[in-house]
Design a binder for this molecule. Structure first.
Ligand code: GLA
Length: 388
């Protein structure tokens, strides 16, 4: 769907009137640094060019109406009334953002909104963070208010933690808000310091592969991992002055933790954080072979120590690694289904996809999807083209 078609749809739903505005927030792919954002580690995500668009028109009332071309439920609220979450509907994300913007004291404006998502949902590419950050940026803009994008990210993380009840870290919201075209973002999740790294993969390409296995149990297992890490850091702090789990050394983990499960979880956090720094270095040195090898070790750690992979993700990663031209692969995002990434020689990508598709289908009986998205910009307003 083009932007022009989306605006046309908006006018079909809401009628013609004052010119609407158009906003876009991307999904994100995490190159490496998985499940360590809530452990104070460093992560290395990048914004995509696929994401969610929103057409919006202020209506000078206190009524907000939001629709999506991807779902049936309509959000219809009055800004003067209390807002409550409801089931698993997509509308909970914008509702949560409204609640938290109001808590910050922003006087929001009534409006009509139409969303359209060309990013798969529940696939580990942050469609929920995109929806949150997009809603916040759009509602602030039409209320003539502003907030630093990094603060929008923090507010949206609060929405997930307090309104949606997922104890997620800051990575997704930060990448969606702060992403930069052709760059990955090395983010220190303890202090939110960040640095952009141009992504130049030389003769290689980044292939995103969707197992098309919807993430089941993701929320409960996610919160469970977070509690296990909280237990591990609490135990370590009894012996050494640490700020977060990623700061520990492997020797400390082995010396002070006794529960084998907590040792595995902590070992993932510590080794994954080290892999992120090594991967950023390898990228700068244009050592793609080393970079890709780190991605593959990250997968092993997520599979064996952190236990957030699954048969579908393991299968697509194994099939990728067996296929000619692939030098590294791993699951990306929260896990338990969703997407994986592979670094593949550009000249061999077409054949790679064909082989992985066939071999994965043969074993799992689900057809995987592949995405070509480039690395794009974080949330932004788009100019609307008006034909003369
Ligand atoms: C989800 C969360 C992030 C992060 C990843 C795993 O995407 O929203 O905060 O923890 O999982 O790295």
């Amino acid at each position: 769907m083009t932007d022009e078609q989306l605006i046309q749809k908006f006018e079909e739903y809401y009628g013609e009137g004052e010119a609407p505005r158009l906003f876009f927030a991307p999904g994100r792919v995490n190159l490496i640094g998985e499940h360590i954002d809530y452990n104070g580690g460093c992560v290395f995500p990048a914004a995509l060019c696929i994401g969610i668009s929103a057409v919006v028109r202020a209506n000078n009332t206190s009524a907000i109406e939001m629709r999506s071309l991807n779902a049936a439920e309509i959000l219809s609220i009055d800004l003067n009334n209390p807002i409550v979450s409801c089931g698993n509907e997509w509308t909970n994300y914008p509702k949560g953002v409204i609640v938290h913007l109001q808590k910050e004291g922003f006087a929001l404006q009534g409006c009509q909104v139409l969303f359209y998502r060309n990013l798969p949902e529940g696939a580990g590419l942050s469609s929920s963070a995109a929806l949150e950050v997009l809603t916040a940026q759009m509602l602030l803009s039409i209320a003539n208010a502003s907030m630093k994008k990094s603060h929008i990210a923090v507010l949206c993380q609060r929405v997930e933690n307090q309104f949606i009840n997922v104890s997620c870290g800051i990575m997704d919201q930060f990448a969606v808000a702060m992403g930069k075209k052709n760059n990955a973002l090395l983010l220190n999740c303890e202090n939110l310091n960040y640095q952009y790294f141009p992504i130049d993969l030389g003769e290689f390409s980044l292939v995103i592969m969707n197992t098309n296995k919807k993430r089941t149990l993701a929320t409960s297992k996610y919160n469970e991992r977070k509690s296990e890490c909280d237990a591990a850091i609490a135990e370590l702090k009894k012996h050494i002055p640490l700020t977060n789990l990623c700061e520990a050394t492997l020797a400390q983990v082995e010396m002070y933790l006794h529960d084998p499960l907590l040792i595995k979880r902590a070992r993932h956090a510590v080794t994954e954080n080290a892999r992120v720094h090594a991967a950023a270095k390898a990228l700068v040195a244009k050592d793609l072979v080393q970079f890709a090898a780190l991605l593959s070790s990250s997968h092993q750690s997520l599979k064996n120590d952190y236990e957030v992979s699954g048969i579908e993700l393991d299968c697509i990663v194994e099939e990728s690694l067996k296929t000619d031209g692939c030098i590294g692969a791993r699951m990306t995002g929260a896990g338990f289904g969703g997407c994986a990434i592979a670094i593949v020689e550009s000249a061999k990508v077409a054949l790679f996809k064909e082989k992985v598709l066939n071999n994965y289908y043969h074993k799992i009986k689900i057809t995987p999807s592949f995405y070509e998205s480039k690395i794009g910009e974080g949330v932004h307003e788009k100019k609307i083209y008006v034909p003369h």
